[in-house]
Design a protein around this ligand. Structure first.
Ligand SMILES: C[S@@+](CC[C@H](N)C(=O)[O-])C[C@H]1O[C@@H](n2cnc3c(N)ncnc32)[C@H](O)[C@@H]1O
Length: 245
């Protein structure tokens, strides 16, 4: 059977205002989708395995962070190992509430939000996004985010990511017939019309094989790249810079 071609189309949620009731409901649906996909455990497992600097706060950036609730679950899983984290939640919409920020604080993580289009972030000078103290994030994370972008934008985005961190992970929809079938059945977990439509679009825009590795820049650094199907419906890519970054 021929592999599904990659088709990127605008998702319904992205066209809705932050306070649109259908959008709010769809973001709540997304939390159930994360549970079905096992997103928190996949991300936590990959992040936990990284050898990150000790003795200072880690600087972590999430791209397309949404309401910050998935990363909060990841933070709960990682806080015993990563007690001090300066986390930036970047999204082009302002979706993270004060209660979520307080929950991060209770774990010892300082979370701040950045309402920014990621393509502007990618186009900006690296130093500008790091509080003036250097261009590097210890880790950059993305979940259900990269699939929003066609290859050309994605290549530029991954170039910016590689220039600004030593560790990167993305968990995305798997572009596979089994995932497509499941996306058509997502109403079974009570998903609304926005989520039902976007789930199908997301699978068509998802990834397979080594597609993200092929877009990762050859920037002169040695990177270890891993890309593989994960869980029943996900496709995970992670990149670790070897040696001093
Ligand atoms: C499917 S949601 C995933 C949210 C979160 N990562 C999660 O897994 O719950 C995609 C998010 O990407 C954001 N987004 C889409 N295009 C963006 C862009 N160009 N720049 C920044 N954020 C963007 C949307 O606002 C939305 O919050």
């Amino acid at each position: 059977m021929k592999p599904l071609p990659r088709i990127v189309q605008a998702e319904t949620l992205d066209g809705l205002a932050e306070d649109d009731p259908d959008a709010m409901r769809s973001r709540r649906d997304l939390r159930r989708v994360h549970r079905v996909m096992g997103s928190c455990s996949m991300l936590s497992r990959i992040l936990r395995a990284w050898a990150l600097p000790r003795g200072r706060a880690l600087r972590v950036l999430e791209l397309g962070a949404g309401d910050g609730s998935l990363m909060l679950r990841v933070a709960r899983a990682l806080a015993p190992r990563w007690p001090r984290v300066e986390l930036t939640l970047l999204d082009r919409q302002a979706l993270v509430g004060p209660a979520t920020l307080r929950r991060y604080a209770s774990l010892g993580w300082t979370a701040t939000t950045s309402r920014t289009d990621v393509l502007d972030w990618a186009a900006a000078e690296p130093r500008a996004d790091a509080g003036g103290s250097g261009p590097r994030w210890d880790a950059i994370v993305a979940n259900l985010f990269l699939h929003h972008f066609p290859e050309r934008e994605l290549a530029g985005l991954l170039r910016a990511v590689a220039a600004r961190c030593d560790h990167f992970v993305a968990c995305e929809p798997r572009r596979a017939r089994s995932a497509l079938v499941a996306s058509h059945l997502i109403g079974a977990i009570g998903a609304n019309a926005v989520t039902r439509e976007d789930a199908v679009l997301s699978v068509h825009a998802g990834f397979r094989g080594r597609e993200l590795s092929a877009l990762w820049p050859a920037d002169g650094s040695a990177w270890t790249l891993r890309e593989r199907p994960a869980g029943a419906f996900s496709h995970c890519f992670h990149a670790v810079r070897e040696g001093p970054g």
